[in-house]
Design a protein. Sequence first.
Length: 311
Amino acid sequence: MAMPYPDSHNQIQTMPIPKKKRKVQLYALLFILPSLILYTLFVIVPTASSVYLSFTSWDGVSSDVHYIEFANFVEIWHSDRVHNALKNTLILTVSLVVLENVAALLLAVLVDQVRWFRNLFRSIFYFPVLMSGVVMGFIWTIILNYNFGVFNQILDKIGLSSFMVDWLGSPKYAMVSIILSTVWKSAGYYMIIYLAGLQSISADLTEAASIDGANRWQQFRHVTFPLLAGSMTVCSVLSMISSLKIFDQIAVMTDGGPGFATETLTYIIYKVGFGEMRQGFGTAMAMVLFLLILVITIIQVKFLRKREVQL
C-alpha cells in the first residue's frame, strides 16, 4: 500500500528559517536602518508634529502652545483671503498644466525631427530647467520691468509703445507674466519625458500609416499622440503637483501682489506662518494644501490611467 506524500505546502510553512537566512535578513535590516532613522526624523516626525500644530494657536517662537481644536480650519473656511489664494492657485495650476505640456510636446516633436545638432537643441531647451526659481524670477523681473525691461524696450523700438504695460505691477498681467515665465523654465524638463516616449514608438507604426495614405498630421493624431498617453500621465501629474506648490517665482517677481492678485496657497502659508507669526494657522493651511494635492492627484491619475487602458 502506497504511503501518502506529505503536504509540501504545510511542511514549507512549518520549516524553521535557516540560520544563514536570518543572518542575511539582519544584515539587510542594518543597511536599511540609517535611511529609516533619517526618514523618521525628517519626514514622519515633522508630519505628525504638523498635524498636531494645525490644531493650535502657536506663534512659531514661544513655548506656549494652546490647543484650539478646529478654530484654524473654521477660519480657513470663512476667510476671503484664503478663497482668493485658492482661486489664484487653481488658475495658475490649470494654466501651467495645459501650457507646459503643450509647449513640452511641441519641443519634443521638433527636437525628434531635427537631424543636425540634435543634442545642441536639447541642451538649449533644457538649460532653463537648471536655473533655480529665484534666479529665473530675477531674470524675468528685469525683462518685464516697465522702465528699462527688455520686453517694453523692444515694443518701443518697433513703434508699439502703446502696448507697453507694467507687466508685474498690474493685477491684470501679473499672473500672466508668472505663468509664461514658469512655462519657459519648466517646459524643457517635460520635453525630455515626451522625447523618451517618442523614441520608444516603433517607426514601423508610422510607416504603416504612411503606406495607408495618412499624412504627417494624421500619423501624429492617430498613431503617435495616443501612444504618448503614458508620458502625458507622468508629465501632467508632475506639472500639477509643481504648480500647486509654486513659491519661488511669486516671492521674487511679485511678492504676492499687486495687492493679492498673485497670492497662492503656498505663498499665503509662508506669509501667515513667518510674516504674521501665526504658525498654527499656517500649518493648518499646509494640511489643507496637502489634502488638495492628494485628492487632485488621485482623480487625475485615475482619469489618465483609464485613458491609457482604452488605447
